[in-house]
Design a protein around this ligand. Structure first.
Ligand code: PEP
Ligand code: MG
Length: 567
């Protein structure tokens, strides 16, 4: 059994698919027989076409005709007569098939990638994919395509990048195991949104697990079992059933208001990464959106999304949520969120560098495109603008000044928007926490980003499991910071929400009720459970517990007391 970070709840039982980047290096050699070598090449082409056609058929079912059609280009580049003549010609001169394929496809790749026309440049990526597919086959290696896995697959990878997670076919993936990442890494957040059990940071799993191994992923406890015996299988099948039953019991909270035990109303909203997530969140009975991470819109694109493209995405969420609030966070680029086409320079310390609101304010023209799109979408619903990584008053004032500029420009264009749109700030830095009183006077709302706030307060990287014992919301330093932020926000009469993962922490919920948190923003699958736990605490009970908790000196003591009190 292996242990790792319990990143996404649930039990997954299935067959391992180890997705290592295949090593496609080879030593060129002179084949004995050119005819045989051409046959190897022809067989690789035939197999590639067969696999791609099967993939297209599967994609038609899962992602639709249009997306599937894109794969047609792969077939064209495998069948292309010009390329085939070139490869066969090279084999005739004494090259092995690997080298002939490599050189021919590299030539086409260079040709396409140097073209002016964007469409042709994009084809370079198709050429590279075909080369990888053919070489992998010639070398007897497997390339795992996460979008077309067989049913009950357990994906085992070194690192799950946000783009890989976007490819994952949720219906067929029963679990995820990785070698890196912490509970609040973006891979973990996406795994939870997809409701796929996941265990992260398990050392060397891509070496120790082989494709085809039977795997159990216990995402709630952070355990991975390889080729389990019958006892384990029976035990975990029963646990999976129990988990499903508990989920079903939560259905009693669907359609209900979110009230504390003594009837105090709080808002229970969802964290989303793209407009489609808004549908999922609604299906889970959210009362609005507390955090739309707009950077995923930028990460999923090949170039900066235009004002119209952004408007369409924001409008879609606004319309889906009707009159419910939708907080959209402006671009939070940098840190662990890279956007390749933005060409941001590598930095020594990216989490403390040129990112989020710092980048946006340094590129006001680009930022105004996003602010304008948000304003336009505000005519269709209750959209609010949220600014990430604020550390001082100037930043929020500058953002508000840009919003005013965008409003004037929209007036001149005769375009409708909500003139009273709210602008709020994330509180996710110790600096923002310390000046919460001043910030509250300048903002319409706060949303506490505990994922970063814990990291910056404790000087512990959220993705580094070695310092995971410091990266704890139960640390007294973090709790005092949360108390201060919520109290200052309450004093100023603005809404105080929390969109970090701690908002869904069952142990912390009574403490947050006691501090006076007004809004809990959680991943869609956590909504009903969070509603249940909120309903189990009266303010007086939560206050009594919190008073004792705030006197404790260590995170271990805090956690133990909260565990003992958990309902
Ligand atoms: C946070 O820092 O708590 C947060 C919600 O933002 P992100 O996880 O995207 O950094
Ligand atoms: Mg953050």
């Amino acid at each position: 059994m292996y242990e790792g970070v319990n990143a996404s709840d649930g039990i997954g039982i299935g067959v391992a698919r180890v997705a290592v980047e295949p090593d496609l290096s080879f030593t060129p050699h002179k084949p004995d027989d050119a005819g045989d070598e051409k046959q190897r090449y022809a067989a690789a082409v035939a197999k590639f076409i067969e696999q791609t056609n099967a993939q297209i058929e599967r994609m038609k079912q899962t992602v639709g005709e249009e997306a599937a059609a894109i794969m047609g280009a792969h077939i064209e580049f495998a069948e292309d007569e010009g390329i085939q003549e070139m490869v066969n010609g090279s084999i005739d001169t004494g090259m092995c098939a690997e080298q002939a394929v490599s050189e021919a496809y590299d030539m086409y790749y260079n040709m396409f990638s140097n073209m002016e026309d964007e469409l042709f440049r994009e084809r370079a990526a198709d050429v590279a994919d075909v080369k990888t597919g053919l070489l992998a086959d010639l070398l007897g290696k497997e390339v795992v395509d996460l979008s077309t896995l067989p049913e009950n697959s357990i994906v085992v990878v070194h690192e799950l990048t946000p783009s890989m997670t976007a490819d994952i076919d949720k219906d067929n993936v029963a679990g995820i195991v990785t070698e890196t990442g912490g509970r609040t890494s973006h891979s973990a957040i996406i795994a939870r949104a997809l409701e796929i059990p996941a265990v992260l940071s398990v050392a060397d799993v891509t070496k120790n697990i082989k494709s085809g191994d039977m795997i159990i992923v216990d995402g709630s406890r952070g355990r991975v079992l390889v080729n389990p015996d019958d006892n384990d299988l029976t035990h975990y099948r029963a646990k999976a059933k129990q988990y499903a039953e508990e989920k079903l019991a939560l259905e009693a909270y669907r359609g209900k208001e979110t009230l504390t035990g003594d009837g105090e109303k709080v808002l229970l909203v969802a964290n989303i990464g793209n407009p489609d997530d808004a549908n999922v969140a609604s299906e889970h009975d959210c009362e609005g959106v507390g955090l739309f991470r707009s950077e995923f819109l930028f990460m999923d694109a090949k170039e900066l999304p235009t004002e119209d493209e952004q408007f369409a995405a924001y409008q879609k969420v606004a319309l889906r949520m009707k009159d419910q609030p939708v907080i959209i966070r402006t671009l939070d680029v940098g840190g662990d969120k890279e956007i390749p086409y933005m060409n941001l320079q590598k930095e020594e310390n990216p989490f403390m560098g040129y990112r989020a609101v710092r980048y946006c304010l340094a590129n006001p023209d680009q930022y105004k495109v996003q602010l304008t799109a948000l304003l336009r979408a505000s005519a269709f619903g209750d959209i609010k603008i949220m600014v990430p990584l604020v550390t001082n008053i100037d930043e929020i004032r500058q953002v508000k000044a840009l919003v005013e500029e965008c409003k004037s420009e929209l007036d001149a264009r005769g375009v409708a928007y909500n003139k009273d749109i709210e602008v709020g700030t994330m509180i996710e830095t110790p600096a923002a926490s310390l000046i919460a009183d001043d910030l509250a006077a300048e903002c319409d709302f706060f949303s506490i980003g505990t994922n970063d706030l814990i990291g910056y307060t404790m000087c512990a990287d959220r993705g580094n499991d070695k310092v995971g014992y410091l990266y704890e919301v139960y640390q007294p330093a973090v709790l005092r910071s949360l108390k201060r932020i919520i109290e200052e926000g309450n004093k100023a009469g603005i809404m105080v929400g929390m969109c970090g993962e701690a908002a869904a922490d069952p142990l912390l919920i009574p403490v947050l009720i006691s501090f006076g948190l007004n809004e809990f923003s959680v991943s869609a699958p956590s909504i009903l459970r969070t509603r249940r736990i909120i309903s189990e605490w009266t303010k007086a009970e939560a206050d009594a517990l919190t008073e004792k908790v705030m006197k404790l000196k260590t995170a271990t003591e805090v956690k133990a007391m909260l565990q003992a009190a958990a309902r």
